[in-house]
Write a protein that binds this ligand. Structure first.
Ligand SMILES: NC(=O)c1ccc[n+]([C@@H]2O[C@H](COP(=O)([O-])OP(=O)(O)OC[C@H]3O[C@@H](n4cnc5c(N)ncnc54)[C@H](O)[C@@H]3O)[C@@H](O)[C@H]2O)c1
Length: 440
């Protein structure tokens, strides 16, 4: 099949590469010429395991190419994926301007039948808006060309995006047009040879499904974060509680890890956008309101613990920071808890030595030259001569450090473990003071 992908970010590039890997011919469009230049030069503009090799392989095979030429892209594919960003607007609702622009350009340039697929995370009712924008452009041109709009939300996780796309748990398709449904079935057939993973539904339900999934996951995290605070007051160990409840198959172990708050480009904005949709429809989603409030508080939990230990004046104190990305295996720092922590520590007069396996370039871009903040080339270097260590992202390389050596390196010998990576007694046995999240 011939496929155009509008928006070559995380979702667009992964989708485009994986669809090309299955033998399709894919043209990826972006309005950012810098991204397209990087891709044409054989690199990729983001960090995502396995993606660069897949992109290179499919470019070499002539199945994957990149362009900034909107007309060429619209004319190219029968299927037009819309994978542009939907950032939060000032009021928390999803900003649909990029999606609507993409729809308009499809209407402006299409010269043959198109199946338009909303892959961006978009509020219920967006497919109708996309359809209306295309219809308006076609009517202005005075032409009649058949098209349909399908909702196909994406569930990939950054850090495991290629694997998730190639071996999806489910493929949600919202469509009411027979040709659209048939086209999506054919497109996804190679991804589900083992058993049928396609869950077909009406368009609005598909749009809501994506928000419901992220809202549920965010809820589990905030629930555990709140219980972790309670566990601390009660003298219980949240890690034991996690194991105790996760073993119940009705609950399961996934997404029950307390920490220093969720971040990233999806959970915060999707939780807000879903609340906004509800408010616009005369309903307050009380649970999600609490999920967000708890998460905002939780992003400050490490600062609170540092204040409690050292006091609010951190002049002359130096902190080693392990992890900057909002989660491991990505360089994405959108809404990352590390951002709040860094600002808070700098405000209190501390100096910071930060290390992240892949997100340091992104962090330099975000923070620029900030007095007191330096980036070092290894986890060990960060700790050398610092007073305390703060673990912010649960990268695998941080899981098993040499605590004896750490106790020699850290002046105040304190570890703030924002991801509960360590067994407290092992850290303490090395002569370090340990502060976890809800741990004894
Ligand atoms: N990142 C994730 O893990 C993830 C997972 C599932 C769903 N989503 C959703 O997918 C959508 C895209 O997210 P992302 O993380 O890939 O965003 P991104 O910011 O990485 O990429 C979006 C890209 O679209 C481009 N763009 C904007 N307007 C355009 C236009 N009119 N024509 C062509 N290109 C245009 C931008 O330049 C950018 O490169 C969002 O709705 C997001 O919520 C993201």
């Amino acid at each position: 099949m011939k496929i155009s992908v509008i928006g070559t970010g995380y979702v667009g590039l992964v989708s485009g590469a994986c669809l090309a890997e299955m033998g399709n011919h894919v043209l990826c469009l972006d309005v950012d010429p810098r991204k397209i230049e990087i891709l044409r030069a054989g690199s990729i503009p983001i960090y995502e395991p396995g993606l660069e090799a897949m992109v290179q392989r499919n470019v070499a095979a002539g199945r994957l190419s990149f362009t900034t030429d909107i007309q060429k892209s619209v004319e190219y594919g029968l299927i037009q994926f819309i994978a542009v960003g939907t950032p939060p607007d000032e009021d928390g609702s999803a900003d649909l301007s990029h999606v609507v622009t993409a729809a308009r350009t499809i209407g402006r340039y299409m010269n043959a039948r198109k199946v338009v697929v909303d892959k961006s995370t978009v509020p219920v009712g967006t497919a109708e808006k996309v359809s209306a924008a295309i219809a308006e452009e076609l009517s202005q041109r005075g032409v009649k060309i058949p098209y349909c709009v399908v909702s196909n939300p994406e569930f990939l996780k950054e850090g495991a995006a290629v694997e998730d796309f190639m071996r999806p748990d489910r493929i949600v398709v919202g469509a009411d047009d027979a040709f659209g449904i048939e086209t999506m079935r054919a497109l996804y057939a190679p991804f589900q040879r083992n058993h049928d993973k396609l869950i077909l539904m009406d368009v609005k339900s598909a749009e809501l499904t994506k928000y419901a999934a992220n809202a549920m996951l965010a809820t589990r995290i905030s629930f555990m974060n709140e219980l972790a605070l309670l566990a601390e007051r009660l003298g219980a160990d949240i890690e034991r509680v996690r194991q105790g409840i996760g073993s119940d198959p009705r609950i399961g172990y996934q997404f029950l890890y307390p920490g220093c708050g969720y971040g990233g480009s999806c959970f915060p904005k999707d939780v807000q956008a879903l609340q906004r949709t509800a408010t616009e429809n005369g309903l307050d989603l009380r649970i999600l309101e609490a999920v967000e409030t708890v998460n905002e508080r939780q992003k400050a939990v490490l600062l609170d613990k540092i204040d409690a230990h050292f006091g609010k004046n951190l002049d002359g104190k130096c902190f080693a920071l392990w992890g900057l990305a909002f989660k491991p295996n990505t360089d994405d720092m959108r809404e990352a808890p590390a951002r709040i922590l860094i600002e808070g520590l700098l405000q209190r007069g501390a100096t910071l030595r930060a290390f992240d396996p892949v997100a340091m370039e992104e962090a330099r871009h975000i923070f620029g030259q900030r007095a007191g903040l330096s980036f070092v080339e290894s986890a060990e270097k960060a700790v050398e001569g610092a007073d305390a260590l703060v673990v912010v992202t649960e990268w695998q390389v941080f899981r098993s450090p040499d605590f004896e050596q750490m106790a020699l390196s850290l002046r105040a010998r304190v570890v703030f473990d924002g991801r509960n990576l360590y067994e407290p007694h092992l850290v303490r046995a090395a002569g370090l003071t340990y502060h976890g999240i809800g741990r004894l």
